[in-house]
Every structure is written in structure tokens, then in C-alpha cells.
Write a protein that binds this ligand. Structure first.
Ligand code: WT7
Length: 654
């Protein structure tokens, strides 16, 4: 139902949705107010949604004070995350499906893994890891495709108190080696091959290449996915399938403190190399579980599907930890939206009678372009709630999702959050809020979202307004530190606006006070919902012998949201050729991974710099956007002629 009460169309939930939802509009207002007025009281109560071995007596101990940033939640409580996600459900729903696994090819059989099955497999994996020498607090890198063993590995680490660090299977051997070394991992878990979209990535040989650049003591546990050929290094490589046959199927869950790290996940920032975001056990699990239930209005017996990869935070919180802590049935999909054709997502929804479906705008844009018949031939009548995440969703994609996929019946929850936040920070709740295409609407419980004036750093509490998005106080699943570098944590998130967590995003509040995320305000670009630091791509480019200098910016891209635009200055005497163009693209793919492939490279005889030598990215962004009229003040440039040259070249590219 659409109405034009404000300048934005709004879509109210149906009466049926409102009547069955956990959270009504009035309840949201009441709970939100309580969560802000008395965080200790509110979270003290909601902290009980998970099982504690030793109950906490303290709730919130947090400070955003410059130089003293310190975040602890439920700090004297103890628990085990895996026991919360598995063991506590055994009595009531041991035979219920915990994970539906849908393989890459629709020809292959889906698996239904019950909570009892999950318990057995996770215990075995935990024992295998212990046999390989992994102990409480040790790090384990997981480099796996979207197979059930990825979830087993995560939960096995949690069970024995090891800290996992998942590296997305699309990352290169170099990126994998950097992450193994970055956290000094003892074991890497990988698979022989990763089938995806009909292609087959040789994961084990990537891992072999990475392990050439790590300590000799790092062990490699290899899961058989396809049975394809791999090389084998004695006393370093271990066959998971063989070990699992012998391994004991019980492992006692370790008693962990709420603040013991659960995982590290590397993410890109505006400067330097990716940083290891650290999430801890108690607060993270409470928040992931609570948001999964309320944001998607999950009810007992529902089938829930998040299409992300466990290599990203979305997969951590909303495929594994949140849903399993709630005793849900969560679907894990190995494939891609367009293989074998553009109806794959919708066929999986039909086949498994999916009730909640959560995906990224980039996937929707790609599918929208293929035509409605791929959706319309599938029975999507079980869908109740649709979600999006990763980047701002454009109204065309939103409307298509709403009308064609949801048949106008399913509220769309546009969830704004980040690797650093652990869980949803802003989203409409399906039975509480009328939605607006492109708006993340309202903060979740306990989230004190504020808009600051970027220049003065003052809070703006009137609306409509626009500024930078900050969070004024801590929430339970906030990242605790950067692995091994607390100073970098403070500097990155708490130094631009003192006393606030600065997310790096700009935002707008409309005349109703609802939030619209406008995108990153730093040098981070968002390519197909994946975060990419322009500095990382630049350092990959300059590592090539032919490249003297490089500057990378984002530019609008129809499907990916943003594409990667590289300005490259070659070494003296090197000729820009088509071969070199191709070689540089391949080079970046091997240095970082396919997700960092440059979309466009422009040969730049010079880059616009200030007299002090700083590259003026503002100008480069405008040129990449083909927006030459708005270059702004170029008077501080050392050599203004460089800009004319770049514009001329850009125009030749069309
Ligand atoms: C950045 C975080 C959190 C899971 C996926 C990405 C952008 C994320 C939205 C949204 C507008 C969004 C932001 C944010 N972003 N969700 N619903 N609307 N922008 O996690 O890789 O840590 O990236 O993604 O710019 O800062 P991430």
C-alpha cells in the first residue's frame, strides 16, 4: 500500500503482518525509548536471551573517551557460543533442520542438517582441531567455499575457544597469506575445490601458494568438496574427511568469558592495509540473535535465507550465529544468483519454501535486468519479509523487489550496518514501520544514531538535515579493537568526532526524521556491496614494475553500484599498450583477488596534486564521473594543466 503523506512514498505493512509481528509500532517506540534511557536495564534483560554458564552481574562498561576507548559488555558472564547455537536446542528441536544446504548445481542434492547432526559434526571438527594442537585463544583461518563444513569450522572454533578468521574464498593467495600472518594462525582450513556458478576454483592450490609465505608450522586441514586432484605436503596437510571418520563425536564446550574474542574479520579502510576487526562472544551473540529475530520477524518453524557468503560479516551474523542462536532453520547456498540461469534464487525460494529472504542490491540489479519471467515462473507465496544490505538501494531496484519478488505483500527491511557493528544498526521493522524505497528508516534498539555537521562536529537534532552518521554510545556487538593495534582502532573510529563512533558514512534525515544512508564519505568504495579501500588497490598497482604512480576512485556503475576507476602513471619510457592494460588488471586480481579487478584504467601522464604533493581525489572522482563542470577550486593545484589533460583523455573513453 503506497501513500503520499510526505514527499516520499511510504509502504505500510499489511494488517496480517502487523498482527503477527513480534514488534508493533507502539512496542518499537516503547522499547527504543527504554533502551536509550536505561541501557543497563534494557540489555540486562535482553542479555538473558542466550544461555550463560555464569550469569553476568555487570551489563555495560564502555567509554568512547579519546585515548581511553574501552568497550565491555556483560564482562563477568561466561558462556559458550557453540553451545548456545547447538546444544541448548538439542532437547527441544534436535531433529529439526538447522541448516539447509543448497549446492551450486541444481542437479545435486540439497542437504538437511538437523541440530543433532550439527552437534555431531561440530564436535568432531572441534576434536580434530584440538588434535592439530589448537587451544583456547589460538587463531584458525578458514578459507572455504559455502559448504556446511564452513559452519562446522566456525562453531568448532567457538566450541574450543579458538578465534576464527574467515578469508573469503575469492581472495588471492597473497591476501590469504597476509591474513594468516596477520593473526599468526596455527591452522588453515580449506577445501580441494570451490565450485561456484559452474566454475571451479582450486582453493587448495591457492592455500599452497599462500603457505609458501607463512611460518612452516602452520597446518592445513583440507575438506573434500569435489574430490579433484591436489598436491599434498606430508606433516602439513591433513585430510578432514578421513580424520572425521575416526574423531570422537563429543567435545565439551569451553567456558569462555563474554569478552573473549570469537572472531577476527579483516575489512578495508580508507588507509593502509585491511584491519582485523575483533568481535567478542557475549555481546555479539545477544545482538546478532536479537536482530535476526526482530528485523526479519522470524518465527518458530520459518525457513530463513541470507544469500551472503560466510566470508563477510553478513554470513557470520545472519547465516550462522544469529539464526542458530535462535534455533532457526537457516539456508546456506553455495552458488550464484545467475547460474544456471537468472531464476536460481527464486527456484531455491520455491523449493525450500523460504519465508525470509535477505540479499544485496547488486544482485537485485543484475537480476532485474534479466526480465521478470525468471521470477514469475516461481511460486514465491511463502515469502513474508525481504531484506537488503551492503549499499544504498536505488528506488528502481527497491520497487522491483517489492512488486515483482514480494508481490507487494512483503515488507523490505533495508538494513544499514558494517563489519565493525556486528549486527543491524538501522532498519525498519517489518510489522512496525511503513517503509520508504531507499531509506534504512530507524535505529535498532540501543543504537543512538546521530547526524553531525561534518565541519563543526556538532550534533544536528532537527530535521530534515544532512551530515555524517555517528553513533553516540556503545551497543553490545560493537567491535572491541583492531587485532593487535588498539591505537588504530581509536584513530580510525573515534578521532574525527570526539566522543562518537564514526561510521564513515554520510546520511540524511528526512522531514519525518527517518534516516537515508548516502554512502561513504572517506576513501572507501563499495563494489557490489563489498568494501574496497582505494589505498589497497593503489598499492597493488604501484607494486607493478611499469607503474610509477596510481590513484583509485569509485565511479557510478549500473550493476555494481560503484566501479573501480584507476588513474595510472607509467614509469618513464614505458608505453601504454592494450597488453599492459590487461596485464595490470590481472595483476590486481592476483595481488588482492577478483573482487578488486579494475573496471577502468586511465593512463595519466600526471596526477592533480596540491603544492604540498597531496593527490586531489575530489577532482579525480569528478572526472571519473564524467562531471567536468563541478571540479571546484583548482587554484591550489601545482600544475593545473594536468587536469585538462585528464579530462581530454576521459572524454575519449566515452
Ligand atoms: C558499509 C559497510 C554490513 C554488511 C555488509 C557490508 C555500506 C551497508 C547499507 C545499507 C546503505 C550500506 C555502508 C557501510 N552499507 N549496508 N543498507 N544502505 N549503505 O559490510 O563491508 O563492513 O561495509 O556498507 O557504506 O559503511 P561492510
Amino acid at each position: 500500500m503506497s501513500s503520499e503523506t510526505t514527499s516520499n512514498p511510504t509502504y505500510a505493512p499489511s494488517a496480517e503482518m502487523v498482527s503477527r509481528a513480534h514488534i508493533s509500532a507502539a512496542k518499537y517506540d516503547e522499547m527504543y525509548a527504554a533502551s536509550i534511557a536505561d541501557p543497563d536495564g534494557f540489555w540486562g534483560e535482553h542479555g538473558k536471551r542466550i544461555d550463560w554458564i555464569k550469569p553476568f552481574t555487570k551489563v555495560k562498561s564502555t567509554s568512547f573517551e579519546p585515548g581511553k576507548v574501552d568497550i565491555k559488555w556483560f564482562e563477568d558472564g561466561t558462556l559458550n557460543v557453540a553451545a548456545n547455537c547447538i546444544d541448548r536446542h538439542l532437547e527441544t528441536r534436535g531433529d529439526q533442520t538447522a541448516i539447509i544446504w543448497e549446492p551450486d548445481s541444481p542437479e545435486d542434492k540439497a542437504l538437511h542438517i538437523t541440530y543433532k547432526d550439527l552437534h555431531r559434526s561440530v564436535c568432531k571438527m572441534a576434536n580434530i582441531l584440538e588434535d592439530l594442537g589448537v587451544r583456547k585463544g589460538d587463531r584458525v583461518v578458514i578459507y572455504l567455499p559455502m559448504i556446511p563444513e564452513a559452519a562446522y569450522a566456525m562453531l568448532a572454533c567457538a566450541r574450543i575457544g579458538a578465534i576464527h578468521s574467515i578469508v573469503f574464498a575469492g581472495f588471492s593467495p597473497d591476501a590469504l597469506a597476509a591474513r594468516i600472518n596477520g593473526c599468526d594462525a596455527k591452522v588453515v582450513i580449506t577445501a580441494d575445490y570451490a565450485p561456484r556458478g559452474g566454475r571451479n576454483t582450486p582453493l587448495k592450490s591457492n592455500a599452497d601458494a599462500a603457505l609458501l609465505h607463512t611460518k612452516d608450522s602452520v597446518k592445513c586441514l583440507v575438506v573434500k568438496r569435489t574430490g579433484g586432484q591436489t598436491t599434498w605436503v606430508q606433516d602439513r596437510d591433513y585430510d578432514y574427511n578421513e580424520l572425521a571418520m575416526e574423531a570422537d563425536d563429543y567435545s565439551k564446550p569451553a567456558e569462555m568469558n563474554a569478552e573473549d574474542p570469537l572472531f577476527i574479520l579483516y575489512t578495508s579502510g580508507s588507509t593502509g592495509q585491511p584491519k582485523g576487526v575483533v568481535h567478542c562472544s557475549g555481546g555479539y551473540l545477544v545482538y546478532a540473535a536479537m536482530t535476526q529475530e526482530y528485523t526479519f520477524d522470524y518465527h518458530e518453524g520459518d525457513i530463513y535465507w541470507c544469500t551472503a557468503d560466510v566470508g563477510w560479516v553478513t554470513g557470520h551474523s545472519y547465516i550462522v550465529y544469529g539464526p542458530l542462536a535462535n534455533g532457526a532453520t537457516t539456508l546456506m547456498f553455495e552458488g550464484t544468483p545467475t547460474y544456471p540461469d537468472a531464476s536460481r534464487f527464486w527456484q531455491v525460494c520455491e523449493k525450500h519454501k523460504v519465508n525470509q529472504f535477505y540479499t544485496a542490491p547488486t544482485a537485485l540489479r543484475a537480476l532485474m535486468g534479466q526480465g521478470n519471467e525468471y521470477v514469475e515462473k516461481c511460486d514465491l507465496s511463502d515469502l513474508r519479509v525481504l531484506g537488503t544490505v551492503g549499499e544504498p538501494i536505488n528506488p528502481e531496484a527497491w520497487n522491483w523487489y517489492n512488486d515483482v519478488v514480494g508481490g507487494g505483500r512483503c515488507p523490505i527491511v533495508d538494513t544499514w550496518w558494517q563489519t565493525e557493528t556486528g549486527g543491524h544498526m538501522m532498519t525498519p521493522l517489518p510489522g512496525a514501520h511503513a517503509t520508504k524505497p531507499g531509506s534504512a528508516m530507524k535505529p535498532f534498539f540501543g543504537v543512538k544514531a546521530v547526524v553531525l555537521d561534518p565541519h563543526s562536529g556538532e550534533e544536528i537534532d532537527t530535521y530534515p538535515t544532512e551530515g555524517v552518521l555517528c553513533i553516540a554510545d556503545s551497543w553490545p556487538s560493537q567491535m572491541r579493537t583492531v587485532w593487535g593495534d588498539h591505537g588504530r582502532f581509536e584513530k580510525t573510529y573515534f578521532s574525527d568526532y570526539k566522543g562518537y563512533y564514526f561510521a564513515g558514512d554520510g546520511c540524511r534525515r528526512d522531514e519525518d526524521g527517518d534516516f537515508w544512508i548516502t554512502g561513504r564519505v572517506d576513501d572507501v568504495i563499495n563494489v557490489s556491496g563489498h568494501r574496497m579501500g582505494t589505498a589497497e588497490v593503489e598499492s597493488a598497482l604501484v607494486a607493478h614494475a611499469a607503474v610509477a604512480e596510481a590513484a583509485v576512485v569509485g565511479y557510478p556503475h549500473d550493476i555494481k553500484g560503484q566501479g573501480i576507476y584507476c588513474y595510472v602513471t607509467l614509469m618513464n619510457g614505458v608505453e601504454p599498450t592494450d597488453e599492459l592494460y590487461k596485464e595490470l588488471r590481472t595483476w590486481v586480481r592476483t595481488e588482492i583477488g577478483p573482487i578488486a579487478s579494475p573496471d577502468l584504467i586511465q593512463w595519466a601522464p600526471g596526477l592533480p596534486k596540491t603544492r604540498s604533493g597531496k593527490i586531489m581525489r575530489r577532482i579525480l572522482r569528478k572526472i571519473a564521473e564524467n562531471d567536468f563542470g563541478a571540479l571546484g577550486d583548482t587554484s591550489t593545484l601545482a600544475e593545473p594543466a594536468v587536469v585538462d589533460d585528464l579530462i581530454e583523455n576521459r572524454m575519449n573513453k566515452g
